[in-house]
Design a protein around this ligand. Structure first.
Ligand SMILES: Cc1ncc(COP(=O)(O)O)c(C=O)c1O
Length: 392
């Protein structure tokens, strides 16, 4: 998702003002430094860099955290998605419905399996898969002679998708639901944490994610015992009874022990960080009220605020980004182009009716600095800068 982790992208022209990071990984590092150093030192001492005890411990704790029966740690969020599709045997002739407004990995894994991603539109208020367009995408896939097999709702920017509606439509067509919670681990829907709301849930521990490690990492959460067993094999080259028994085609999809050790320390403070993110999001929403369209969270869900994304009338965004940049405030656009307009995905089908909301959002959205350590004084500076720029 982001390449501008903390340091100074788009930043500062006023020497008097400290540069504001977009995501401040260094602040969390200051809080957790000694604990993480000790955790890494333990791995360096036991030298089990692959499959060390921290990996299993992390899986146990991730599963307990979200209430899933199984957590299978793996090498990235993309591999988490891919492993599940491989486990379900998705392949040529199959269609998998994806939202058009997401990071490319959501649809990339479908294409990597040889199946066809069919893009559906999203809801303008939540940025998440529009159930009606999802249903139209199923019809589009069938008309094209494809076999709809699964849907990948994305919990974009940290907010759960409309899981009830999606699960009910998916059940009607016997589709599997793979929740792409790469941006939303820790978020809840009707007081249940993501990880239990779909047949399988994939998440990412990319450093900029709400729960990030110090490199690439991911996990699959599922209640399905059979799938969990398959994923454990698929992430190690389709391993069978022993290391050199290849039972099926798999990948190198493991999570490194050092990353698991780091995540175990971060998981301890994660609930506290989620609370901080929510306080900060609430301050933005109050501070920016009426100046911009602020993100809406319904009363049945909670977000982990991977991004705080506002909307402006088309044509106003570039001026705002430039004004904020001049004040040392970085911004980012997720996503400037919906998937069906990207060179790599243009040839894939779009649900009947197209994806006009995704196209509009791509022109309207802009994300503001968001992380658990954003101080109120700094946030006030950002809010004042946004209001000031829009009043000009
Ligand atoms: C919605 C979404 N899906 C999948 C991914 C892939 O995760 P990773 O970068 O860990 O492979 C990302 C990461 O940015 C994402 O935002």
């Amino acid at each position: 998702m982001v390449s501008n982790l903390n340091l100074g992208m788009n930043q500062h022209t006023r020497a008097s003002e400290a540069p504001i990071p977009f995501i401040d990984i260094a602040a969390q590092r200051r809080r957790l430094g000694p604990a993480i150093d000790a955790a890494v030192a333990r791995v360096l001492a036991h030298c089990q860099f692959i499959g060390g005890p921290e990996v299993r411990q992390l899986e146990t704790e991730l599963a307990a955290f979200c209430g899933a029966r199984h957590a299978i740690a793996c090498s990235s969020g993309t591999d988490a998605l891919l492993l599940v599709l491989m486990g379900w045997g998705i392949g040529p002739g199959d269609a998998v419905i994806c939202p058009a407004f997401t990071f490319c990995a959501t649809a990339e894994v479908v294409a990597l399996c040889g199946a066809t991603p069919v893009m559906a539109d999203v809801d303008a208020d939540t940025f998440n898969l529009d159930p009606a367009s999802f249903e139209r995408a199923v019809a589009t896939a069938k008309k094209l002679g494809l076999k709809p097999r699964a849907v990948i709702p994305v919990d974009l920017f940290g907010l759960p998708a409309d899981h009830d509606a999606i699960a009910s439509i998916a059940a009607g067509y016997r589709l599997k639901v793979l929740d792409d919670a790469a941006q939303a681990f820790g978020a809840t829907h009707k007081e249940r944490k993501l990880g239990t709301l779909a047949h399988a849930t994939a998440t990412s521990f990319f450093p900029a994610k709400p729960l990030g490690c110090y490199g690439d990492g991911g996990a699959v959460l599922t209640d399905d015992d059979e799938l969990a067993g398959l994923l454990q094999s698929l992430r190690v080259h389709g391993q069978g009874t022993d290391k050199y028994d290849a039972a099926r085609i798999g990948i190198t999809g493991r999570l490194d022990t050092i990353q698991a050790a780091i995540l175990l320390e971060k998981l301890k403070i994660f609930p506290d960080e989620i609370a901080a993110r929510n306080t900060i999001a609430q301050r933005y929403t109050v501070g920016l009220d009426r100046a911009v369209v602020t993100p809406r969270v319904g009363n049945t869900s909670t977000s982990v605020w991977a991004q705080y994304t506002i909307r402006l009338a088309p044509g106003r965004r570039d001026a705002l980004a430039a004004a904020l940049k001049a004040e040392g405030i970085p911004t980012a656009i997720y996503y400037a182009k919906p998937l069906h307009q990207q060179a790599a995905y243009r040839a894939f089908p779009v649900a009947e009716g197209g994806a006009p909301v995704s196209e509009r959002l791509a022109d309207e959205v802009i994300s503001l600095p968001m992380h658990a350590y954003l101080e109120s004084g700094v946030q006030d500076r950002i809010i004042a800068a946004v209001r000031g720029a829009l009043a000009r």
